[in-house]
Design a protein around this ligand. Sequence first.
Ligand code: PLP
Length: 460
Amino acid sequence: MSDSKKFSKLSAKAKNSLIAKMSKSGSGGGDPRRVPSRRSPVAGIHDSMCDFNQLPGYKELKIHQTIAMQTGIMEPYFLCHDGLAKGTTSIGGEEYLNFSTYDYLGLNGTERLNNAACDAIKRYGTSASASRLVSGERPPHRELERGLADFYRTEDCLVFVSGHATNIWTISQLLNRNDMIVYDALSHNSIIHGAKMSGATRIAYPHNDYDALERLLAENRAAHKRCLIVTEGLFSMDGDLPDLPRLIEQKSRYKSFLMVDEAHALGIVGKTGHGVAEYFGVDFNDVDIWMGTLSKSMCGCGGYIASRKAFTEYLKYSAPGFVYSVGMPPALAATSAEALRILVEEPERPARVQELGRFFVQEAKRLGLDTGHGQGYAVAPLIVGNSLVAGLLSTAMHKRKVNVLPIIYPAVEDSAARLRFFLSYSHSKEQISRALSIVAEELPKVRKLATSFSDESASK
Ligand SMILES: Cc1ncc(COP(=O)(O)O)c(C=O)c1O
């Protein structure tokens, strides 16, 4: 019998006492009260300090997993897909409608990208072997960086081996404790960690609230040397855009740098997928730092900084996450360089994703579903307003053969818990309609179930 079946057979009292026991002592390990003898130099340090089971974060994880099991929520993470995951995918030999891929432009696994990767492997092997600083570069690195610099009409570009690390090392290399960073409250984790690492004064402004940003800048800017304002080109959880013209005006007046993370905007936002600058028709060079990832529309891995040469050169010689980390595998650089060429050659791809995004919002509204701030792009949230409901709904969708993941507290406020759909060029309108109809059928059932759980625990 599986653990979850065994668990569900326990009485409510036994379940509660199991959770209580786990929260006190972790799911295993020795007696935390046992301490070494007095003469030991480590007297007073519990054995638990050497026990991974006693890590507070791990104990919390186990509690969450237990509660999920108790309520019948299936673990939606780390599912193993049998092959290429497109608009549909096979998991454990069964076909699912798939709304959990970043392959927004539907390029992953296409012949052109596979050939680009295979040709590069034949020529350069699979590894860049060491940091580019010491082991040198391969032509695909340069092609990709030149391509991105041209795409953003900037002087230069530098690619890092991870998108997350790109934000961390770029922000922390630009700022120090004399400086300040102001970022949208819904910014990605990598922006927040980069801000922390920099030592600069950190201030989050409420999501897309430029009056609040104005007040924060007026109050704090003068007390700091440099100031960086950070936003996203298409918000990764909410699927909305920033007011770029207003940000450009504010950053100029407050003598600040402006950085835009285009992880989800590249290839998606703007008539030809050139991102939020194209959408608003502003000069690309009014933004000081264009950041993006290659893991989404570009079907590779890593991140980029497109900016002035002085900045990319500085990062290239000093950012620890670039200097002391291996270069991007040449085959992945070649893949993303080819994906960028296809994006430029085939503007019908971004146009199609935008059409599907608008269709999603329209259909969801027709069915009475809440699309939050979503503006009809590849990131399409459906707000359900409760983490338990989001978890149960994702499980119900899985049972109905639709793969779509929940976003729950603490990733978002509990009241903003949601299912997050990723739409792509590979989807059809019929697939989107079908998935949304299933949501509309399952959501009332799931809400009822969640209420019964709450009533049950309130009566205990
Ligand atoms: C806005 C944003 N920035 C940065 C990253 C990190 O990118 P990667 O997953 O390629 O490391 C992500 C990841 O999804 C993201 O959503």
